[in-house]
Design a protein around this ligand. Structure first.
Ligand SMILES: *Cc1c(COP(=O)(O)O)cnc(C)c1O
Length: 384
């Protein structure tokens, strides 16, 4: 069945007793055993819980994986995955990385003896030069946030397999509607489902999908043992959001494409970072491995003094952290999402004080452009 149909039908045919079209919220932590040595398949909700199970099966199916796991946040998913590694292990990680992932690796995992090197994961020579005898995995974000760098997933997976490394892809920015890394050879996909999958800026969640029996069993063990699982209410909200993922992603892509063209032509803007622009350095790789483009883009203003008036003057667009929801949000990465990344690394990759990240919502694009145009005009007038 096509992905649009599978999305719309999440949970709709799973409840046999009443025929409820919307899968119920099973608000129970304990499950009665029929007899000694028997189980309904559910024993205790940390291990397995009915509403969460439907969500987990759905995401496993959408990503073409073998098992899905719902966590209390994207960071909880990452923490569960990092627990696959032991003292002395080393990871290769995308240079332009989500700030929270960097913080977890550098401030927490490092204390447990798990180290990481940050590299441009699209550069195989760079990856090879940073690979150590104790390297166990590659963690890729593609596109990266906020600089929209693209990694050729299949190319890295082939290289990683050759060296016996597992490949983990953070697929938050594209979702399985546009990109399915497991089909390209990856072993694990993680999501901050708080973003596009939930889609409404109202529920915090993480999702993991794995390929292969042994890895899936290891993750199931860690998910249950570490316990950062998603509750039944939030699992239901997540499925509710995901039913409209196809429609939302198509509109996000449409709006972001129009916005990228507007910004690209604007005299106050120095550079636009969007993989849907033909001028993007990895446009061809992006077109090959994904069926569409994200609704996130970043842009660099020519003059840093315009940032404050722009963020003060936008009205429809909210000045707020996060991304991927129906509402347009604008973030200032250098002082918000990426503040935990040392200035030296930020400067090296180009996250500076002139860069804004824009999560283009599903409002009418003319209204979004009008709002930003107005803010640009106010900023320009204040400079003169
Ligand atoms: C937001 C985000 C995370 C963290 O997820 P939370 O749900 O906020 O814990 C991880 N990776 C990426 C790419 C993100 O955007």
């Amino acid at each position: 069945m096509n992905i649009e149909s599978r999305l719309a039908q999440i949970g709709s045919i799973s409840e046999p007793v009443t025929g409820a079209v919307s899968f119920p919220i099973y608000q129970s932590t304990a499950f009665r055993h029929p007899r000694l040595g028997q189980s309904t398949g559910f024993d205790y909700a940390r291990t397995k819980s009915p509403t969460r199970s439907v969500l987990e099966q759905a995401i496993a199916d959408l990503e073409s994986g073998d098992a899905g796991f719902a966590s209390s946040s994207g960071m909880a998913s990452l923490q569960t995955i990092f627990a696959l590694f032991s003292q002395g292990d080393h990871l290769l990680v995308s240079l332009d990385l989500y700030g929270g992932t960097y913080r977890l690796l550098e401030k927490v995992m490092s204390r447990f003896g798990v180290t990481a090197s940050y590299v441009d994961t699209n550069d195989l020579d760079g990856l090879e030069s940073k690979r150590q005898s104790n390297t166990k995995a590659v963690l890729i974000e593609t596109p990266t946030n906020p600089l929209m760098m693209i990694t050729d997933i299949a190319k890295v997976c082939t290289w990683a397999k050759h060296h016996n490394l597992i490949t983990i892809v953070d697929n938050t920015l594209l979702t399985p509607f546009f990109q399915r890394p497991l089909e390209l050879g990856a072993d694990i996909v993680i999501h901050s489902a708080t973003k596009y999958l939930g889609g409404h800026n109202d529920v915090l969640a993480g999702l993991i999908v794995s390929k292969g029996k042994e890895l899936s069993e290891q993750i199931a063990f860690l998910h249950n043992t570490m316990g950062a699982v998603l509750g039944p209410q939030d699992s239901w909200l997540m499925m509710r959001g995901m039913k409209t993922l196809a429609l939302r992603m198509e509109r996000h892509q449409h709006n972001a494409t129009r916005m990228a063209a507007f910004l690209d032509a604007h005299p106050m803007v120095e550079q636009v970072y969007y993989p849907g622009l033909e001028s993007h350095p990895n446009y061809e790789v992006q077109q090959r491995q994904s069926s569409g483009n994200t609704g996130i883009l970043s842009f660099k203003m020519k003059d840093a003094r315009t940032i404050e008036p722009i963020l003060r003057s936008i009205r429809l667009i909210a000045f707020a952290e996060s991304l991927g929801g129906v509402e347009s949000l604008m973030t200032y990465p250098a002082v918000q999402t990426h503040a935990d990344i040392p200035e030296e690394i930020r400067r090296q990759i180009g996250v500076d004080d002139r860069l804004l990240r824009f999560s283009v919502g599903i409002e009418h694009i003319d209204d979004i452009i009008a709002d930003l145009s107005n803010a640009f005009e106010i900023a320009s007038n204040e400079l003169n």
